[in-house]
Write a protein that binds this ligand. Structure first.
Ligand SMILES: Nc1ncnc2c1ncn2[C@@H]1O[C@H](COP(=O)(O)OP(=O)(O)OP(=O)(O)O)[C@@H](O)[C@H]1O
Ligand SMILES: [Mg+2]
Length: 362
């Protein structure tokens, strides 16, 4: 099957790698000539507003998916008029704007941080007065890895926050005092069958995901599945979705969702019976979904900015290395490591060894 994928970064690369044994051949439409996914599939190197590229792409592929969220939705709409596109366009569009995303959560009775739309400095003052402080000002669109965010701690921060982000549509969110962050990765097939992975427990550093530990059997798994299930059903979703949640003393509060495979699910490559990438492919291709059960005690450590020497990483037992083939750059995700062990304590030991190595090689 020829699968069209919009985007050609590491998520596309990992999708492509999992597609090969299933005879699912990707065609990546990605404007960046150096895209790291091109080693694992055909690369259509063209701008997304190129009508000839659109015609060529739609003619070649049987099904289309996407691996990043900022796909221009009119382009996806034009493709959808010719071939099936999964996840559905509506899911992409609602997730592209933090305001519509929160409104959907509210409509479904899913708790979120208190929020207000902000389009002027005066509106920001009003929002701060009604939500209280601390609060986080965010751009409604195009944010990732904590970019496009400003934490407002006192009223004195308002002008600087407006200076930093004003001029585009914004949202102010009340600060959630969470005890931990978790995410749930789910897959829904074309026939509506749905599977959920064990919860991922996530630690961020400098606004970027740093570590994820799989938490099978977590007491909040049923709550997370109930919330994600509502979302999947409402969106008539097909494919993998990741929902990020704050754990507020036992109650889960939704942060955001991604209509795609997700960094917090990368541990599933070695740490689950079927990876999130394979289940995404199975879902969009109309195939049966695979088991999401954990294998051993898996965790993920992101390699951000720089890569430690490969030999040193591989000298640590129970470590599985993924280098993305991207150039090193501060705050850029250039790889990740999955550790998969036989016990919880062993897992912590391996995570610590990887982190120590990263610090040494910085
Ligand atoms: N309302 C909030 N209250 C408390 N912490 C928050 C809030 N919003 C965001 N954060 C913190 O900032 C992190 C990044 O925020 P968010 O997920 O909204 O942005 P993002 O740039 O889309 O991130 P990513 O690309 O990593 O998913 C969150 O994982 C959380 O640690
Ligand atoms: Mg996030």
């Amino acid at each position: 099957m020829k699968l069209g994928i919009l985007g050609g970064g590491q998520l596309g690369r990992m999708l492509g790698m999992e597609g090969l044994p299933l005879a699912i051949d990707p065609l990546f439409w990605e404007p960046e000539a150096t895209a790291c996914a091109q080693l694992v599939g055909e690369h259509l190197c063209a701008a997304y507003d190129d009508p000839a590229a659109l015609a060529q792409f739609a003619q070649q592929v049987e099904v289309c998916t996407y691996e990043f969220e900022n796909v221009p939705s009119p382009v996806l709409g034009a493709i959808a008029a010719q071939v099936p596109v999964y996840p559905p366009l509506a899911a992409l569009e609602v997730s592209q704007d933090r305001l519509t995303e929160k409104q959907l959560f509210a409509r479904l009775g899913i708790p979120t941080a208190p929020y207000a739309a902000v389009d002027s400095e005066a509106a920001l003052r009003d929002a701060v007065a009604s939500l209280g402080l601390p609060a986080i000002l965010k751009t409604r669109r195009f944010g990732y890895d904590g970019k496009g965010q400003y934490v407002i701690r006192s009223e004195g921060d308002i002008p600087a926050a407006w200076q930093a982000l004003g001029g585009v549509p914004l949202i102010l969110e009340g600060f959630v005092n969470f005890v931990r962050e978790v995410s749930i990765v789910a897959a829904r097939g074309r026939d509506g069958s749905t599977v959920f992975y064990p919860l991922s427990e996530n630690v961020h550093r400098d606004g970027i995901l740093f570590t994820t530990r799989a938490r099978p059997g977590d007491s909040q798994q049923p709550q997370a599945e109930a919330i994600a299930g509502k979302l999947l059903a409402a969106l008539e979703y097909v494919g993998v979705l990741c929902l990020e949640l704050f754990d507020v003393n036992g109650t889960l509060v939704a942060n955001e969702f991604a209509p795609r495979v997700h960094n917090s699910g990368h541990w599933t490559i070695e740490g689950a019976e079927t990876s999130q990438f394979e289940n995404h492919l199975r879902a969009v291709a109309g195939l049966p979904l695979g088991s999401t059960a954990c294998v051993g005690f898996p965790a993920l450590v992101n390699l951000v900015g720089t890569l430690p020497p490969l030999a040193s990483l591989l000298a640590i037992p129970q470590v599985h290395v993924h280098f993305y083939g991207k150039s090193e750059k501060p705050a850029r995700k250039v790889g990740h490591v999955t550790v998969r062990t036989h016990s919880e304590s062993e897992r912590e030991q391996r995570i610590a060894q990887v982190i120590e190595l990263m610090q040494e090689s910085r």
